[in-house]
Design a protein around this ligand. Sequence first.
Ligand SMILES: [Zn+2]
Length: 342
Amino acid sequence: MQAVQLVAHGRPGQFRVVGVPDPAPRPDEVVVRVRACGLNRLDLWLEEGALPIPLELPRTPGSEIAGEVETCGDGVTDWRPGDRVAIQSNLFCGRCEFCVSGDESLCIEGVLLGVQRDGGFAERVVVPASSLVKLPDQVSYVASAALTLAGSTAMHMLTNRTAIHAGQWVLVIGSASGVGSSAIQIARQSGAQVIATGSSEAKRSLALQLGAHHAIDSTNPQWTLDVRRITGKRGVDLVVEHVGGQVIEQAFACLARGGTIVTCGATAGREVTLNLWPFFVKQQRLVGSYGRSRADVIQTLEWARSDRLRPVIDEVVPLLETPRAFAKLRQRSVLGKIVIQP
Ligand SMILES: [Zn+2]
């Protein structure tokens, strides 16, 4: 089969398209024929070698996979060849205290598919059967591959790590990203008043189309004042943040008393300073969010099936052009998701 392999880290990294033997399932594993696989910032971090975990090359990236079961290993009884599936890419042990309680995203033996083992930028991928989620017939492979990781990340942030109540103010950072575009829709449909940031007119226009009530220009150094003005100086109840660095500090400038910042990324920097006085006086919360559990993926696909959550797709790219897709995502001109199609 054909697979895209990262063979050297860098900006850009070095890729090759190679023919490799078809994978075979071990007990409790399945081989999935990949029909679509979304491209994410996680893939860029792998490309750059910028993840704080041991990385081995060559590696086939790709973690947001939709396809159909092709072969089942011994002991797999819940799935059959031909089943349409999405894959929960935070692979989990199923035995630790967190997995047993259903919080797979906290698994102490978690493995990132497409980072620590070969992922979906290939014609086939082999995964534990426990990572599969049924893909509803009404949701296309491309739509699934544009939502399973980014959309479920937002779902985990907004329905698992925090909660939204109707009428609350929610600020979504980075409206055109996979996480941002999903978070706007989830927040709006939960009854929130949604403010979104975007660095271009096209991104702000997208935010409004997705349901944001207000879209503000994040290239304006004073953009946090816009949030204060829109909310009548009060600030927002919840900030959905995935950029890190200085943006976290700016998010605090937008936060109401008793408000919460939920964050799942640090593209702009992992080290931040925090002024503890206003933090505890205003009784605010900073909540970490990592990945997702199968329950979040199932909920995301159910929202997609009932048309409450729509993927925003920038481009569908053939497998052979995967390196070009990496370069395009790095340029930050992408509106929504790039999906690779083997
Ligand atoms: Zn576990």
